[in-house]
Structures are given as structure tokens and as C-alpha cells.
Ligand binder design. Structure first.
Ligand code: MSP
Length: 510
């Protein structure tokens, strides 16, 4: 039986069309999901849309359509994006689905039965943009700390006894130091919880677009209680005996943006503790993308459209850039120059040229077949051993969501391989020592195999093309086959370049 791995993206609000910030979270999860599958895990990778709440109700009203028709449309945009970005999610959840309503109402009843929900009245500030409550001290000049406008709310409301979970949460964070990452974010969450938790309003009566509270449908559930529950809905909850729940809950990882960490690292574990359900193993909060120095926002109209990026630079180039540019967890800067540099120098020159050079030499000088090899020299072994050691390093990096570190490690070997080509100068060996030339090209081809296999999670299409050129079958692409070697004499197709260079349009026309 294989090990299981369950990871989730946040579910996206359907008040707007997808932008690069949304695509980013899912790209990171997709790379991790692919890595785990190739490493032999049975993976469940979940994404979807968060369709209830005041924000969505208002967006639908502004568009002049009923909320269900509106959410059907925008949710489809997110599904289409998954197709366009080559996301390998195993499920796509919508909070308007019946399975989700059932799960939310069951969780609510469980919390109520266990005495963690009570009826009261809410009086205070609410930010529709954040779908969050704020205290008097947090609100300054009519704005939440996030900069979002707030409105005064007074209405009957059910409350969740969050204040009771302060100590259990702190104890849990202490005992599970990897539960929240990166560690700077963990510290922020801990000091927030230490500063005191107030009971949380978990229902609203002033609008209708949400899941009705069981046995009191004057109330609908607070959109974050509804939204967070999606992670267990998708494992079959409330059926806690089903195969999916047993295999996949608790989740291995919830990936979120730093802006929504509090909901995931405070509210969600408190709800689960109160319901006596296991907690997810890890929550990772990544940073934000800025556009040429500015925060992307609706009012500035500077949201980067993922489709524009794919059309301009290519899909794998965008995926690579997103995970390579900054250390995962920090904020990053989207600039044309930065992406072109990465794509031209690292993908096209370093990696693409390596494979194109080597495979062309093989096509020309070795009859288009994997060359035979003689004894390996120390230099050959150093390169092959370094490549063989990559998997272990990458496993650690992926488990820490350190995608940029993983790519650093891969590029070390790409650099080693390029230096090896230059040092061995196989082109010069053709006349003087053809057997040695064959061995050198064999060592290189086999190193490219390892690099191609390990790059599949980040650049799936390009890596696949590269591996096609080495005539590698499906089994040969799994990590379990990394320890095997290319078989001399295997016919290889004609090589074609894998990573095109970006050429500025004006240069291209000239
Ligand atoms: N619906 C909630 C999540 C509920 S999860 C149970 C939500 N949705 S969102 O559509 O507003 O944001 C989804 C994700 O996109 C968040 O993780 C957020 O951090 C991320 N991003 C939105 N803009 C971003 C950038 N500019 N850069 C990087 N990610 C950002 O919050």
C-alpha cells in the first residue's frame, strides 16, 4: 500500500477573475503534488472556489445577476485556469455544492452538540473585503489594519467559543514546531493568540447568500467557517469512516497566502479541536507578488493576468519563474526583465543548451543511439554521483516547501554538467579517442535524464519533451527509476530545442 499525501490550495473568491496571485498558490501546490506522485505517493490535490458571503453577493448584484448564475460563471474561470496552467488537481470543490452544504451543517451540529456554539448578538466592525471582524482598537480612520473599509454591524449572531481555545492552541503550536511555516509567521500567529482571543461571531442575519444554520435559517454561516470546512468536505466528511477520510484526513499541507494565515492557523485548528477532529499537519504561508514595485490591487488596475503571461513567455517559463525568483515565503517582484533573465539564462542557456548540445552530438556522432560506455573515470563518477544524490536533497526541500532551494540544487548539477562538457570537450575526442567520446556523451545523456525526471514537477511539458528525446517510457520517468541507467543502443529521436529564448518583439522584427 502506498503512502498518502493530501494538499490543498485556498479556495478562491469568485468576486473577480483569476490573477497571478491566485495562480501562484496553485502552481506551488501543483509542483508539490507532482513531486509526491512521482515519488510514489497516492496524492489528493484539492483546489476550488469560495462562493458564499457578502463580497460575492455584492459582486453578483453589481453584475445584475443572481448569485448562483454569477458564481457558476466565475468558478468556471478558475476551472479553465487550472486547464491552462496544467494544474493536476484531483478535485475541484465549490462551496455551493450539496456535498459541502452537508459537511458544513454536520460540523455546525457537532460544534453545537459539544457546547461550543451559543446564540448572542454581534456589535462591531466588519470588513466585507476581508470577510473578517475587527475590534475597536484594530480599526483606524474607518479602515481595518489590511486597509480595507469596515462597516458597523449589529445583529443577532451565533458565537463560537474561540476564547476557550487560546491555551490549547498555544500548547499545540509549542508541541508542533513545524505546524506553521515559515517560522517568522509562526511567531506572528503565536503572539496574536497570546494577546487574547475573543469568541467569534459565526453567523449572519443581514444577508442571505450562504449556508443556512441548521434549525435556524434566519442565520447563515460565517463565510470563513463555511470556507475552511471545504478541506474536510473533499475527504467525504461527515462520513468519517469512508476510505477518503481515512486515507487523506488530516491533510499534510494547507498552502495559503500570508494574508489568510490567521484563519487557517487559529480559527480552523480551534474549530477542529472543538469538533474533536484531527488537525492538519502543516500550514505554509507564502508571500505576495508585487507588480513592478506596486501591490496589485483592483483600484490600481495592475493585476497581472496569468493568460497574458503564458502567451508572452510560455507556461513552463512562468511556472519556473514563480517558484525560482524568490525564497518561497517572501514577497516577490514581477518584472519583465526578471522573467526574461531567468528564462533566457537559466532555462534556455544553462539547461536547454546542455541537452540540445549533448543530444545533437549523439545524433551526429553516435548513430542517433544511446552511446555505449567504457569504464567511468573519477570525473564521470563525480558528476553521476552528484546527480544521483539530488533526489534526497530535493525531497527535503519540497517537504519544507523550499522550491527555490530545490531549484538551486538542480542548477548546481546543471552547472557541473556544463563544466564537464567544456572540460571533456567530446567534440575533440571524435578523432583521437572515439570510445572515450562515447563514454562522455553517455555520462551526459544519463545526467540529463536525471535532471529531466526531477524537473517534471516544475516544468511538466518541457521536461516531458526532454525525456521523449531520451526515449524514456512512463516507468523511467518515476523517481523509483532514477537509480537505473540509460540503455546503450536505444534509438533516440531527432533532438529539438526545449526551452526557447525570449526575443523582444522589436528585435525580432528587425
Ligand atoms: N476565499 C479566501 C480563502 C478561503 S480558504 C478556506 C480567499 N480567497 S482569495 O481569492 O482572496 O485569495 C486566495 C489566495 O490568493 C490567498 O492565499 C492569497 O494570499 C492569494 N493571493 C491574492 N493576491 C496575491 C498576490 N498578489 N500574490 C500572491 N498571492 C496572493 O482569501
Amino acid at each position: 500500500m502506498s503512502a498518502h499525501y493530501y494538499l490543498t490550495t485556498p479556495i478562491y473568491y469568485v468576486n473577480d477573475k483569476p490573477h497571478i496571485g491566485h495562480a501562484y498558490t496553485t502552481i506551488a501546490c501543483d509542483a508539490l503534488a507532482r513531486f509526491k506522485r512521482l515519488d510514489g505517493y497516492e496524492v489528493k490535490f484539492l483546489t476550488g472556489t469560495d462562493e458564499h458571503g457578502q463580497k460575492v453577493e455584492t459582486a453578483a448584484a453589481n453584475a445584475g445577476i443572481d448569485p448562483q448564475t454569477f458564481t457558476d460563471g466565475v468558478s468556471q474561470n478558475f476551472r479553465d485556469l487550472a486547464g491552462a496552467m496544467n494544474f493536476s488537481n484531483d478535485d475541484f470543490i465549490r462551496t455551493t455544492e450539496e456535498r459541502h452544504k452537508k459537511a458544513c451543517q454536520a460540523l455546525w451540529k457537532r460544534l453545537l452538540d459539544k457546547g461550543h456554539i451559543y446564540l448572542g448578538a454581534y456589535e462591531g466592525w466588519y470588513s466585507i473585503r476581508d470577510e473578517a471582524f475587527f475590534t475597536e482598537t484594530e480599526v483606524k480612520d474607518g479602515k481595518a489594519p489590511t486597509g480595507a473599509p469596515v462597516e458597523w454591524v449589529e445583529e443577532p449572531s451565533y458565537f463560537f467559543d474561540l476564547s476557550k481555545w487560546q491555551e490549547p492552541l498555544l500548547k499545540y503550536y509549542e508541541e508542533n514546531p513545524d505546524f506553521i511555516a515559515p517560522s517568522a509567521r509562526r511567531n506572528e500567529v503565536m503572539s496574536f493568540v497570546k494577546s487574547g482571543l475573543r469568541d467569534l461571531s459565526v453567523s449572519r442575519t443581514s444577508f442571505k447568500w450562504g449556508i443556512p444554520v441548521p434549525d435556524d435559517d434566519a442565520h447563515i454561516m460565517y463565510v470563513w467557517l463555511d470556507a475552511l470546512t471545504n478541506y474536510i468536505t473533499a475527504t467525504g466528511y461527515p462520513d468519517t469512516d469512508c476510505e477518503d477520510f481515512n486515507n487523506f484526513w488530516p491533510a499534510d499541507l494547507h498552502m495559503v497566502g500570508k494574508d489568510i494565515l490567521r484563519f487557517h492557523a487559529v480559527y480552523w485548528p480551534a474549530f477542529l479541536m472543538a469538533a474533536d477532529l484531527p488537525l492538519p499537519k502543516r500550514i505554509f504561508a507564502h508571500g505576495w507578488w508585487m507588480n513592478e514595485g506596486q501591490k496589485m490591487s483592483k483600484s490600481l488596475g495592475n493585476f497581472i493576468d496569468p493568460y497574458d503571461l503564458i502567451n508572452k513567455y510560455g507556461l513552463d517559463q512562468v511556472r519556473y519563474f514563480c517558484l525560482r525568483e524568490m525564497s518561497f515565503g517572501s514577497d516577490g517582484e514581477f518584472t519583465h526583465t526578471a522573467i526574461v533573465n531567468r528564462m533566457n539564462s537559466e532555462l534556455a542557456n544553462d539547461f536547454g543548451n546542455l541537452s540540445q548540445r549533448v543530444l545533437s552530438m549523439i545524433a551526429k556522432n553516435c548513430d542517433g543511439k544511446v552511446p555505449p560506455h567504457g569504464d567511468f573515470t573519477d570525473a564521470d563518477k563525480v558528476l553521476m554521483d552528484a546527480a544521483a544524490g539530488l533526489l534526497g536533497t530535493l525531497r527535503q526541500a519540497y517537504d519544507a516547501q523550499a522550491f527555490n532551494k530545490a531549484l538551486d540544487q538542480v542548477w548546481q548539477i546543471v552547472g557541473d554538467a556544463n563544466r564537464y562538457v567544456d572540460e571533456m570537450a567530446p567534440w575533440g575526442l571524435k578523432k583521437t579517442d572515439p570510445d572515450r567520446m562515447a563514454t562522455v556523451l553517455y555520462v551526459l545523456a544519463d545526467t540529463i535524464r536525471v535532471l529531466g525526471v526531477l524537473m517534471q514537477p516544475i516544468v511538466p511539458d518541457s521536461a516531458s519533451t526532454m525525456l521523449d528525446q531520451l526515449a524514456l517510457g512512463d516507468e523511467g520517468r518515476k523517481f523509483a527509476s532514477l537509480g537505473t541507467r540509460l540503455v546503450p543502443g536505444t534509438e533516440l529521436p531527432k533532438p529539438t530545442p526545449v526551452f526557447p529564448r525570449y526575443v523582444e518583439p522589436e528585435t525580432a522584427e528587425a
